[in-house]
Write a protein that binds this ligand. Structure first.
Ligand SMILES: [Zn+2]
Ligand SMILES: [Zn+2]
Length: 371
């Protein structure tokens, strides 16, 4: 009776993604299976392909943020808000699981995104352990994975268009502490940057200035709410002048780095005003050292610098609430520019890496070889 599931597997760094068959797992009490509607190809997946993240248990089924319908379950499973799940429910889940609650990071410093026991679907779960990734016809949600029924006004395309970039950006906003009327600088117009632009406006920013590339991405940045966009091919000196002009000579109140470039940090510290705040969230992998002058760029400026790592359940739940309230007006779904079938993911990774589109979506029920 056991049926099979097809998933796209990344066997090892620098090796092409390939389709593999898995047996549909038997479920423990509280476990469930999702028929995947959409997953995504994010910057992390490109890093995974190049082996840039430590401790990844290849082979893996990538796709850490996904949405689907409950296709099978055993016993009772409840959502984060206590609702009993049923077969057919449209469900999103928090990709981080097994956060222990007992370690120093969890219990003492209350920084659970630094828990060493935590695992992330599609990144630190091995395909040898099962269907722990969204590039698969079916995703296994083990007991304890945090879930939410996707609220009715939020389409699958809205949720996955926002995807991990939106969830990450909700955390970035907590760290950025934007005040009403602030001028916010966003460096980077990838999926995180585009969401950060929209959320900065929702947080009350008076003006959002975005730096990025290519040109069509800057157009989308303006659609997401950026008041001014500055291209990457403009000399940095000119960008500094423009930001000064726009801010009465002071610089931005808050800077948000989501570019993943060591050069962006060097520049960003100059674009933020004295006494301002700078949040670094783009260096998810090691982009190498930035050369900064601590006297000129931090100490004398009385600058505050914060990092932002991963996300917590609150960011996942609030991302859904934000989509329910604003997705009709803010074009999150436009970020997911193109949908790829399960056997087109090497192409999708190449397109993502070449920045040919803001984000590639994965529709695991589709297979080109079947068409
Ligand atoms: Zn822990
Ligand atoms: Zn991601």
């Amino acid at each position: 009776m056991a049926s099979t599931v097809v998933a796209a597997v990344m066997p090892a760094p620098h090796q092409p993604v390939e389709l593999r068959e898995f047996a549909e797992p038997s479920l423990p009490p509280g476990g469930l299976l999702l028929e995947t509607s959409f997953s995504e190809v994010c910057g992390t997946d490109v890093h995974l392909l190049h082996g840039r993240l430590a401790g990844v248990p290849y082979p893996i089924i990538p796709g850490h943020v996904s949405v689907g319908r409950v296709s099978r379950m055993r016993g009772e499973a409840r959502t984060l808000d206590g609702r009993l799940l049923r077969e057919g429910d449209r469900v999103a889940f928090f990709d981080v699981h097994r956060t222990c609650g007992r370690c120093h990071a969890c219990a003492v410093t209350r920084t659970p995104t630094r828990c060493h026991a935590r695992r992330v679907y599609g990144i630190t779960d091995s395909a040898a352990d099962g269907l722990f990734g969204g590039w698969s016809e079916t995703i296994y949600l083990e007991p304890g994975v945090l879930t939410a029924v996707v609220p009715e006004p939020v389409g699958d395309e809205d949720y996955i268009g926002g995807g991990c970039g939106l969830i990450t950006s909700v955390h970035v906003m907590d760290r950025a502490e934007i005040r009403l009327g602030d001028t916010v600088l966003v460096q980077g117009t990838g999926a995180v940057g585009l969401s950060a632009i929209a959320l900065a406006k929702l947080s009350g920013a008076g003006m959002v200035i975005a730096i990025g590339a290519p040109a069509d991405r800057l157009r989308l940045a303006r659609e997401m709410g950026a008041d001014t966009t500055l291209p990457l091919d403009m000399p940095a000196g000119e960008r500094l002048e423009r930001v000064r002009e726009l801010t009465g000579g002071h610089g931005a109140d808050v800077g948000i780095e989501v570019a993943g470039s060591a050069r962006a940090v060097e520049e960003g510290l100059n674009l933020v005003r004295d006494g301002g705040r700078y949040v670094i969230a783009g260096h998810y992998t090691n982009a190498g050292p930035s050369t900064i002058n601590a006297h000129e760029q931090i100490n004398r400026k009385h600058l505050e610098i914060r990092g932002c790592w991963g996300s917590e359940p609150t960011h996942f739940v609030r991302a859904l609430q934000i989509l329910a309230q604003h997705a009709a007006r803010i074009p999150w779904r436009a970020i997911g520019a193109k949908v790829y079938a399960l056997d087109e993911l090497n192409e999708a990774l190449a397109d993502a890496e070449a920045m040919r589109l803001p984000k590639a979506l994965v529709a695991p029920q589709r297979r080109r070889d079947r068409l």
